[in-house]
Design a protein around this ligand. Structure first.
Ligand code: AMP
Ligand code: FE
Ligand code: FE
Ligand code: ZN
Length: 285
């Protein structure tokens, strides 16, 4: 049965860089009257079990997912993977590697920031749930706790900005590798917020064709980081390559202005995802 009602397919919990534990996020989605929500933490599936448990009896459908970090021409490209098998060995190995890359990169950034500000790695750990995928948002929280900036957005606009003097990228595989792995793990790969990163023209038709051949199934058209022109372009690309079109909030809890359900996915598009994914079941299954 496709969920009827509002569907939000991109959210983050404290298992990565969201501010709310998975259970709180699910309760908020149910209270907001959503029909379905996807939990898509960066490079981890650790929040799924708690999210499923919290959804029990609420009528809210939870689509388990992950947001995989990849890189193209030095620009960060995020690939959402729905209904992946969380125990698929190659996917697990890549997620483990990405989390450890992110950890070392965050430590290196904190080392640089620590030369100019009173900030230590312990300050960042104090802002991070055990086992969480560490990112700039946790460094931002430590800077907020120290009183250097009022909130995460201010930190991203200054000290943590990629031109802020302390930025360092983390290593990540080519999107082709990410898409293939997600698909081989039974998942449904969808390019996240394609209009938000990298130079325009990063995703040429030839590159999109190669991603589709590797198993790319969809694109996140409606997302606040996609400017109107990018949405037009990606709607057209979705049509030409027969890709699933999604719309989502990319909710991160209190740390980002994105609100749950601010962009949504059509039930028919959601049904295509559920049909295609074989690595896990939505909850309730
Ligand atoms: P990183 O992946 O470590 O480079 O950090 C970027 C991540 O921070 C992305 O997933 C963003 O969605 C997230 N983020 C959370 N809060 C904010 C914010 N207020 N401004 C910008 N990015 C944010
Ligand atoms: Fe994030
Ligand atoms: Fe993302
Ligand atoms: Zn995200």
């Amino acid at each position: 049965m496709p969920a009827l009602g509002r569907i939000d397919l991109h959210t983050h919990s404290s298992a990565s860089d969201g501010t709310e534990p998975p259970a709180a996020l699910v309760r908020e989605a149910a209270d907001a009257g959503l029909a379905a929500v996807a939990l898509t933490d960066h490079d981890t599936t650790a929040g799924w079990a708690e999210a499923f448990e919290a959804a029990r009896g609420t009528g809210l459908e939870v689509l388990p997912g992950v947001e995989l970090s990849t890189q193209l021409d030095g620009a960060s490209v995020h690939i959402l993977g729905y209904l992946v098998d969380p125990d698929d060995p190659p996917l697990r190995a890549l997620m483990d590697e990405l989390r450890s890359e992110r950890l070392h990169r965050a430590e290196a950034m904190v080392g640089r920031i620590g030369r100019d500000y009173d900030l230590t790695w312990d300050d960042v750990l104090a802002q991070t749930s055990p086992g969480a995928t560490v990112g700039r948002p946790h460094i931002a929280d430590a800077l907020v706790a120290k009183g250097y900036v009022p909130d995460r957005s201010a930190a991203f606009g200054s000290i943590l900005h990629w031109r802020g003097g302390y930025y360092q990228p983390h290593r990540a595989p080519d999107p082709l590798v990410g898409v293939r792995l997600l698909r081989e793990a039974g998942g449904v790969p969808v390019v996240a917020h394609p209009g938000s990163r990298g130079p325009e023209g990063l995703m040429t038709d030839a590159r999109i064709r190669a991603l589709v051949d590797a198993g790319l199934a969809g694109v996140e058209v409606d997302h606040r980081d996609n400017p109107p022109r990018a949405r037009e372009r990606w709607r057209d690309i979705a049509e030409r390559f027969d890709l699933i079109r999604t719309g989502s909030s990319d909710y991160h809890g209190a740390g980002k202005p994105n609100r749950l359900g601010e962009n949504t996915t059509d039930p028919e598009q959601f049904a295509r995802i559920v049909e295609l994914g074989t690595g896990a079941l939505p909850f309730p299954g």
